[in-house]
Design a protein around this ligand. Structure first.
Ligand code: AMP
Length: 403
């Protein structure tokens, strides 16, 4: 049955991960889960099979790595998880993620791919390493040499399944799966869902939950969205709070009016946060100056109106903050398109006062994505808004079990 009561957990703490993993996430500097993580992690932790439709850059690796580690922290030290990847590069990336997130957990991982000598892999495999990340060809070689004991395997991940099939790995995948336990959790991740991948899912997964992020959205898939419910008169305080409490490299703040932009500029400057405003009333030299200062990191915060955004071409913006909720959904997509470029992860925060709840919902419908709420004590105007979005009508399309 579609889960219609779900509201995305806005923090890692709410996903139900072990403390050792939370500590590693903190060390990594991650503040909030990405949409695929919010969706997939709680489901994966229950042991259900998952089909995750997500591209690289969405945080998909952590969305299967974290649940694997959570589960493997308890129980025997045997090879209990296998991740199949199409390429050596991806294999190494997944291995790196596993190492990063298992920093405080007693778990080990080995990458297995071709073109390098067999022996070191063989040794680790024979020792019963907890997690194997492998390309299909070399893994089969190692299995044929009887170096692998998968009799304790509990979790199988097929990462970038569409690419694996494109590369002709279907027979190898089948061969591996034939030699591992039937009773296991299987997670399939793919950027696209052509019929071949669907068939793979039907063949090897049991009643999977399909988790999909941002497919119909124009928004950059690397952006982590969040909405902060806040009373109108407290917005500037919240902005200062966010800018001072955590690290923000280069922040683009959007306001509805020129007057609003100027007010924020002077308020931030008064608090010792270097900032500049950009809007139609600023002269050309003033604008150029502001942009140069922003690019050279002399100022960290640029406060702009929508008019100004069209001419802005700046790379490397770490955060976009919608001080006012954009009036049209397209403006939201445009604005956050300013961050998350070039596969870096950017954050897009939206401050939502009570009279802006409806506009946020319109945006969510448009981007086909619920935006997690972050409640900051002392700023949040109450729990009313948070429950109002819980019954979002598009919920079912985001996380729907398939038969
Ligand atoms: P992936 O889509 O798994 O290739 O991840 C893309 C990049 O995002 C990687 O460099 C991760 O380290 C990073 N990342 C993953 N999850 C988060 C998060 N919740 N917050 C910030 N960065 C993240």
């Amino acid at each position: 049955m579609p889960n219609t009561q779900k509201i995305l957990p806005p923090t890692f703490a709410q996903l139900g991960l072990a403390k050792e993993l939370m500590d590693a996430l903190k060390d990594a500097g991650y503040e909030h889960p990405t949409p695929i993580q919010s969706e997939a992690i709680p489901i994966a932790l229950t042991g259900r099979d998952i089909i995750g439709l997500a591209q690289t850059g969405t945080g998909k690796t952590a969305s299967f790595t974290l649940p694997i580690l959570d589960r493997l922290m308890h129980g025997p030290r045997r090879t209990r998880a296998l991740v199949l990847t199409p390429t050596r590069e991806l294999c190494l990336q997944v291995e790196e993620s596993v190492r990063k997130y298992s920093k405080h957990a007693p778990l080990d991982v080995i990458p297995v791919f071709g073109g390098v000598s067999y022996e070191p892999q063989e040794k680790a495999l024979r020792s019963g390493v907890d997690i194997v990340v492998a390309t299909p060809g070399r893994l089969i070689d190692q299995m044929d040499r009887r170096n692998v004991d998968f009799s304790y395997l509990e979790i199988l991940v097929l990462d970038e399944a569409d690419r694996m099939l494109d590369m002709g790995f279907a027979p190898q995948i089948q061969k591996v799966i034939e030699q591992i336990p039937r009773y296991r959790q299987t997670m399939l991740f793919s950027a696209t869902m052509p019929p071949e991948v669907e068939a793979l899912g039907r063949k090897y997964l049991r009643r999977p939950v399909v988790v999909q992020v941002g497919r119909r959205s124009q928004a950059a898939s690397t952006v982590t969205h969040a909405v902060y419910p806040v009373r109108k008169e407290r917005k500037t305080e919240l902005l200062v709070d966010l800018l001072t409490k955590s690290h923000h490299d280069s922040v683009l703040v959007f306001t509805r009016t020129k007057h609003g932009a100027d007010k924020i500029e002077s308020e931030l400057q008064r608090r010792g946060i270097p900032a500049a405003a950009m809007h139609a009333d600023k002269s050309q030299p003033q604008r150029i100056r502001a942009l140069e200062d922003f690019r050279s990191n002399k100022i960290r915060v640029l406060v702009a109106t929508d008019i100004a955004q069209r001419g802005l071409d700046i790379d490397g913006i770490s955060h976009v903050i919608n001080y006012d909720v954009p009036q049209a959904p397209e403006d939201y997509v445009h604005r956050i398109g300013r961050t998350g470029r070039a596969a870096t992860t950017g954050d897009a925060y939206t401050f939502m006062s009570p009279d802006e709840i409806g506009m946020v919902r319109t945006i969510e419908r448009e981007i086909n994505q619920e935006i997690p709420r972050i409640s900051v004590p002392g700023f949040d105007f109450g729990t009313v808004a948070a429950t109002a979005v819980a019954a979002h009508p598009h919920d079912a399309s985001l996380t729907a079990p398939i038969a």
